[in-house]
Design a protein around this ligand. Structure first.
Ligand code: ATP
Length: 223
């Protein structure tokens, strides 16, 4: 089974809004997949269901052959910490911590010693082109720097799958392209799968495959 990710007929509603309406998708190990589609078509909801942040109401989600959607919160959190890395649009770094401490955090949760965690964190900041801001706090960083730190944090545990929700959405095209190529290069180092939600056709062009959503289901027709 390896690290295949599968969704079978998943449905998720928020009140009367049916964000996902029976969506099925399979993502193979090592694939780079862009989830695209118009605003409100369910892209982020799909990412949240695949990554175990959210549970669909019906349908099934599997990671490496293991059912994910029926796991309780603690087990899904453990799965995310051990196997997944997640990059959000605005970094979502902890403001009180330095960039290096933010990157080290997943390792500290994983019970690594502080010194080792900081060494590995700095190595990933170097890889992400953000070593010069290692000791700065998030409020002192530009959007591009924030996202490079967020990428380093997502990769520090060598995840099997990297989920990114509009990782370049807050950046201009030059900074966005830099963050994206860095994310993909780092993923390749680990043979990781990459699942990116994006509005941006340029970002989608980097993907091996596009999953196009419309009204909570996949469509073969590009948006
Ligand atoms: N937490 C929530 N509470 C209520 N409604 C929600 C919630 N999350 C998503 N929705 C609704 O579900 C639908 C799908 O939202 P989702 O964020 O998945 O779409 P999207 O394709 O990622 O949109 P965008 O490109 O604008 O980010 C939308 O109508 C949205 O308003």
């Amino acid at each position: 089974m390896m690290s295949t990710l599968e969704a079978w007929q998943i449905e998720k509603a928020f009140g009367r809004t049916h964000a996902l309406r029976g969506l099925s998708a399979t993502i193979e190990p090592g694939e780079v997949v862009a989830i695209t589609g118009p605003s409100g078509s369910g892209k982020s909801t799909l990412l949240h269901c695949l990554s175990g942040i959210m549970r669909p109401e019906t349908g099934e989600v599997y990671y490496a052959g293991q059912r994910v959607d029926t796991l309780d919160e603690a087990a899904r959190t453990r799965l995310r910490r051990e196997h997944f890395g997640i990059v959000f649009q605005f970094g979502r770094l902890v403001p009180e911590l330095t960039a290096a401490e933010n990157v080290a955090l997943p390792l500290l949760f994983d019970r690594h010693g502080r010194e080792e965690a900081m060494t590995v964190a700095r190595a990933w900041l170097e890889e992400a082109g953000a070593i010069e801001v290692a000791d700065a706090r998030p409020l002192e960083l530009s959007g591009g720097q924030l996202q490079r730190v967020a990428v380093a944090r997502a990769l520090v545990t060598a995840p099997k799958i990297i989920f990114a929700d509009e990782p370049t959405g807050a950046l201009d095209s030059v900074a966005g392209e830099r963050v994206l190529s860095l994310l993909l290069a780092a993923a390749r180092l680990n043979n990781a799968t990459v699942v990116i939600v994006t509005h941006d056709n340029q970002v989608a062009a980097y993907a091996d495959r596009e999953i196009v959503l419309r009204d909570g289901v996949t469509t073969g027709v590009p948006a």
